[in-house]
Write a protein that binds this ligand. Structure first.
Ligand code: PXP
Length: 253
């Protein structure tokens, strides 16, 4: 496992590959393939800078056994996305991922809708984050790109934030270029606001990023890492996972 946080000054953000949807495909049939572990190995060989998996409360894609196997074999950095629950805290402390990214979770949602309301639960979250950090795990908070949530993340002493790019992506899908530009400006403002609020805070971004919309986000100076899943696995259906990752990295340049 690579434990340093080098590349901070690099222009192009790192690429964290989210392999949840390999597990989605497996769970659709209730068999043991395709294997998220194999996807991790291919992703790392293809140049992924980190591997993200989301252990959801309902276990709809990634299973507990996946988390343990992947954590054992990861050679980059594992980012475990999870809800801030007691059950997940216990698993994270046992698995010891490099990162935990705290996300909001609703059972009925198709994917993570909206960021975590950090501002509404600063004291409680600060305590939760402290327990993870005491176990040697760095903590990121998945938040909407607003000053309020950034201030709250800083107050909680998070190591990183991940700015939710879902609204930016959705405006693009709706061919609303004005709306998309407005969302892009919101994200750019959030990045510079966060840099000023806490110069040690790492700033990541993700959700809904594709080869078509990633470049404008990747060009924002100060973003450390992009986490991308669905579009990569969708592309992989046609070109293979390694090529999909190479294509995404090229699109980020
Ligand atoms: N970041 C976070 C916190 C997420 O919850 C997700 C979705 O699992 C992603 C990034 C990746 O989003 P997508 O699958 O749309 O690329």
């Amino acid at each position: 496992m690579n434990n340093s946080l080098e590349n901070l000054a690099e222009k192009t953000p790192l690429l964290g590959v989210n392999i949840d949807h390999v597990a989605t495909l497996r769970q659709a049939r209730g068999v043991d393939y395709p294997s998220p572990l194999a996807a991790m190995l291919v992703s790392e060989q293809a140049g992924a800078d980190g591997i993200t998996i989301h252990l959801r409360e309902d276990r709809r894609h990634i299973q507990d056994a996946d988390v343990y196997e992947i954590a054992k074999q990861v050679t980059t950095r594992l980012n475990l996305e999870m809800a801030a629950t007691d059950e997940m805290l216990a698993i994270a402390c046992e698995v010891q991922p490099f990162w935990v990214c705290l996300v909001p979770e609703k059972r009925a949602e198709l994917t993570t809708e909206g960021g975590l309301d950090v501002a509404g639960q600063v004291k409680w979250l600060a305590d939760y984050i402290n327990k993870l950090q005491a176990a040697g795990i760095k903590v990121s908070l998945f938040i909407d790109p607003t000053e309020t949530q950034i201030n709250a993340a800083v107050a909680c002493k998070a190591d990183a934030i991940e700015l939710h790019t879902g609204a930016y992506a959705e405006k693009g899908l709706a061919d609303d270029s004005n709306g998309q530009n407005a969302e892009l400006s919101r994200i750019k403002h959030a990045v510079s606001y966060a840099q000023q609020a806490d110069s040690q805070l790492l700033i990541n971004a993700g959700h809904g990023l594709t080869r078509d919309n990633v470049k404008a986000i990747a060009q924002i100076a100060g973003i450390y890492e992009l986490n991308i899943g669905h579009a990569l696995i969708a592309d992989a259906v046609f070109v293979g996972l390694a090529q999909a990752i190479a294509d995404m990295k090229a699109a980020m340049q």
